[in-house]
Design a protein around this ligand. Structure first.
Ligand SMILES: Nc1nc2c(c(=O)[nH]1)N[C@H]1C(S)=C(S)[C@@H](COP(=O)(O)O)O[C@H]1N2
Ligand SMILES: [Mo]
Length: 303
């Protein structure tokens, strides 16, 4: 299938500074043959109240075009190479500002709460959008299973960084592991999802199996893939992207059509599979639910 992407004249090559670092590092090569993701059905209940009515982006598009830099710098790198990821056994460690550190096996975690299907808007900072039926449950479910201390003000999400499975973590594209973070109240918001599947299937490896974060009112890069650690901290942490380019990526990264990225205007977006441009909505269309989290804040300063 051919995926319509904006003509190259309209956009700067994605993450050109990553490409520069790749060249500086002498490049990296990958063996292995990609292949279609083997789909495993994952039953869930549609959460209509948390879903939009728009038609989802085709599954084949969402599994063949994306960013997962641990597997390479190109949009098709994840689909080609993420088959190397071993998703069992898999554990999630919760530590930092908690009374007792805990480690959960993924198969136990999957039983925490009824799985919901939620059709969310998705917006990548590079200018593409999508509509995705994720499967998962609110991050708040995790808070029922750990006791955080009064020092817990922010939450970090750590992706796996295993060079044996993820060849590009040998290359300093980013300061590995990929770490993203939220303020505690953002993490607790009912829209914030720990996703374990999509389109009725177990999460494909290239989309962040077995467990990833989805924060639909923020740019896609906040949604760390293949998470192995959740750490509660007191101070606003640096993240993979704020470390890579602090003038381009802010901590909050709320979708905001009025605050352009250095290389990409954020006023419009093109949904994968469509040709027309749609105006980008404040908070990616979730302003009614989340704007209150930022009352009194200057969102140009806190981009
Ligand atoms: N660990 C990790 N998580 C990541 C990324 C990454 O490179 N590594 N890319 C981010 C970016 S930039 C986007 S747009 C989304 C893409 O998710 P998708 O491939 O499911 O569309 O994942 C985010 N999560
Ligand atoms: Mo992105």
């Amino acid at each position: 299938m051919r995926i319509p992407v904006p003509p190259s004249s309209e956009i700067t090559p994605p993450e050109s500074f990553l490409r520069r670092r790749l060249l500086l590092a002498g490049g990296a090569t990958l063996g292995g043959i990609g292949g279609p993701a083997l789909a495993t059905p994952l039953p869930s209940t549609r959460a209509a109240a948390w879903s939009i009515d728009d038609k989802p982006t085709p599954f084949s598009t969402m599994t063949s075009y994306g960013n997962f830099y641990e597997f390479g710098p190109d949009k098709d790198s994840p689909a080609k190479h993420a088959h190397r990821l071993r998703i069992r056994p898999w554990t999630l460690t919760v530590d930092g500002a908690v009374k007792t550190e805990k480690t959960f096996a993924i198969d136990d975690l999957l039983k925490w709460a009824p799985l919901e299907e939620r059709i969310y808007r998705f917006r990548c900072v590079e200018g593409w959008g999508a509509v995705v039926p994720w499967i998962g449950f609110p991050f708040a479910e995790l808070l029922k299973r750990v006791e955080i201390t009064g020092n817990a003000k922010y939450v970090e999400f750590w992706s796996l960084a295993d060079p044996g499975q993820m060849p590009y973590v040998r290359v300093p594209l980013l300061d590995w592991p990929y770490v993203e973070a939220l303020r505690l109240d953002e993490a607790k918001h009912p829209l914030t999802l720990l996703a374990v599947g999509m389109y009725g299937e177990v999460m494909p490896k290239q989309n962040g199996a077995p467990l990833r974060l989805i924060v639909p009112w923020k740019y896609g890069f906040k949604g760390a893939k293949s998470i192995v650690r959740v750490r509660f901290v007191e101070k606003q942490p640096a993240t993979a992207w704020t470390k890579a380019a602090p003038d381009e990526y802010g901590f909050y990264s709320n979708v905001n059509p009025d605050v352009p990225h250095k290389r990409w205007s954020q006023s419009h977006e093109r949904r994968l599979g469509e040709f027309r441009k749609r105006p980008t909505l404040p908070f990616n269309g979730y302003a009614e639910q989340v704007a209150g989290l930022y009352a009194g804040m200057d969102l140009r300063q806190n981009f």
